[in-house]
Design a protein around this ligand. Sequence first.
Ligand code: GDP
Ligand code: MG
Length: 185
Amino acid sequence: MLRREIIVIMEDYLFKILIVGPAAVGKTSILERFIYNRFSENYKLTIGVSFLSKIVDLSENGIIRLSIWDIGGQERFESLRTEFYKGAAGAVIVFDLTKLETYNAIEKWLNEVRHYAGNIPFILIGNKADLLIHFVRVVEKKEAQEFARTHNSTYIETSAKTGENVDEAFQKFSQMLVDTIIKQK
Ligand code: GDP
Ligand code: MG
């Protein structure tokens, strides 16, 4: 007898989220790690806006589908911004733990997010944590945590290379997004 099982995934929430930040901090690599569990050393400039989708299971708090938009190399094209930011429920803002100028650019990115998408929740990520054995940390964890806290956000350090904290970051952020929805109800 032929038995077929059909598994239907019912999502409780669908969120469009954005991943933004300076070039080469590892935005695309974080997504590749999160979605495909892979990593490449080669820097490929992301052409155009790309988007990927993934299910996050928050057990009793529901099943979330994240549709994640990567701003890629479009930082310069103002006309694409409106479309990119439209309907976003949250933003992942990334800097490179070994490059001070990328941390210094975070406020500008946050302002841009707020300008186009309003006061949506964000999570701050310090990426390339694996490099801290060879390079000097340019931002103290406390300082980045403090910045995040003053904006009602959370800070987490990741490595797209080793995978450290990547799932955790999206898990945590998904929970933050659900909490925001619950609070609004
Ligand atoms: P994007 O411009 O922000 O999308 O950055 P990419 O994801 O393209 O990454 C830029 C470069 O940094 C690439 O050469 C990646 O291999 C490298 N990279 C990204 N994340 C990490 C990380 O966590 N650790 C290390 N060591 N390199 C990384
Ligand atoms: Mg990219």
